[in-house]
Write a protein that binds this ligand. Structure first.
Ligand SMILES: [Zn+2]
Length: 202
């Protein structure tokens, strides 16, 4: 079986601790701990063939998102996104970032909150990636809305002028839609979720 990207997908919470764990090994341990806390099997990512989404060495803070939090993106992504936003503004749109970099703990909290509201874990994980497998961990992904949009993070975003502009222009800045309809990852259609792919090391 061919595994996408660099992640092994094999996560063990029972492996002996390493004397000097690399950042990657530490990340795997943290993913395993998050999965155990959520009651997820440790091979969840492997069985769904999800690529492990590792964090950047550091991120850049530039601007504030819809919730008043700093927008955090990997350095190359941050520069490319700034250029995209400037061009969108010139075209008359006011882009709004709903979410950017997310930590494992943040991702685990989103999953747990949805489950606590009474939704099945399986259903939740089609909308919210399990910790370790969200593109938001990489600092290359943004969830986008536009000023005046009634309800962000709904399919209605695809009817906005800004979405149509993104469809035509985002690739110029290295961004593309990650989860179109019927995507291989098995996630719901997310017209709001765009990721920078021009620099795989970002
Ligand atoms: Zn997203």
């Amino acid at each position: 079986m061919r595994l996408p990207h660099t992640g092994t997908g094999i996560i063990s919470s029972t492996a002996p601790p390493l004397a000097n764990p690399t950042p990657h090994a530490r990340f795997l341990c943290e993913v395993a701990a998050c999965h155990a806390a959520l009651g997820l099997p440790k091979d969840y990512g492997l069985t769904r063939q999800l690529p492990l989404q590792t964090p950047p060495a550091f991120w850049i803070e530039d601007g504030i998102d819809l919730h008043g939090r700093p927008i955090r993106l990997a350095p190359e992504t941050s520069r490319a996104f700034r250029a995209l936003v400037d061009a969108a503004r010139e075209a008359g749109f006011v882009p709004v970032v709903v979410s950017s970099y997310r930590s494992l703990a943040h991702q685990a909290r989103l999953v747990k909150q949805a489950v606590d509201r009474g939704q099945s874990l399986e259903g939740v994980l089609r909308r919210i990636a399990p910790p370790g497998f969200s593109e938001h961990h990489t600092g290359r992904a943004v969830d986008l809305s536009v000023a005046g949009e009634a309800e962000p993070l709904t399919e209605a975003f695809e009817e906005t002028g800004f979405y149509h502009w993104l469809e035509r222009q985002a690739a110029r800045f290295g961004f593309s839609l990650s989860y179109p309809r019927n995507n291989r990852a098995g996630f719901i259609y997310e017209p709001w979720h765009w990721a920078y792919r021009a620099d795989p090391t970002a």
